[in-house]
Design a protein around this ligand. Sequence first.
Ligand code: ADP
Length: 236
Amino acid sequence: MDGALVRLEGLRKVYNEGLPNAEEVLHGIDLTLAPGEFTALIGPSGSGKSTLLNILGLLEGASGGRYALAGRDVTVFDDDERTRARHEILGFIFQFHHLLPAFSAAENVMLPGLISRGRDNGGGDLRAKALELLDAVGLKEAADKKPGELSGGMQQRVAIARALVRSPRLVLADEPTGNLDTRSSDSIFALLRSFNRERGTGFLIVTHDPGLAARCDRIIELVDGRIADDRPNQAV
Ligand code: ADP
């Protein structure tokens, strides 16, 4: 093992493989992410960003190439191993947060922990952890409120707390601020940054917003399923 959290070599993805409408959308991606990196993934619509994020998140398989996560070759994993690796290593934030409307903010944050509790060495106090995270995202007072009682920006904060409840090593975020106004978007971004700095959590953030990408340590640009640019961001 070489210390990389993510290592992709020649990763390919073909949709509708073997059919007349087969389409290769990732053409041999080489990419290494070190622990704790805070990286933006940019590129035009249709360039393959979501597909890459889904493969990294073990939500979809690749069609070829190699993917090692925390030093383990995940291409040979069965469903259970994939699920376990996802729970142990990864967190997810989406543009639409998918909170469960019938549950309070605290319960929504606790959910991923409840699902994986059997593997947690006894679990610890999940509610205490959820409350600590809600406090960290500035929502201590909203713990018992339902999503419908919260603004869009507050709901996204709950989703961030939920993504962090299992202390992931890498959070995959697909347009996490895409449906928010500039002010909420700025503060959500600052929050991700603070988790990165204070807890060492790695982030890979898909964004269309050049202003947000400019605040990441590294910017990777995908064009037509290939890495067109990958550079440290000197401005940060
Ligand atoms: P981005 O996130 O950069 O907008 P996507 O990863 O969503 O790009 O899409 C890349 C390409 O893959 C597009 O041409 C899209 O039409 C195609 N694609 C994405 N998902 C599927 C799918 N489930 N089946 C077939 N084609 C898909």
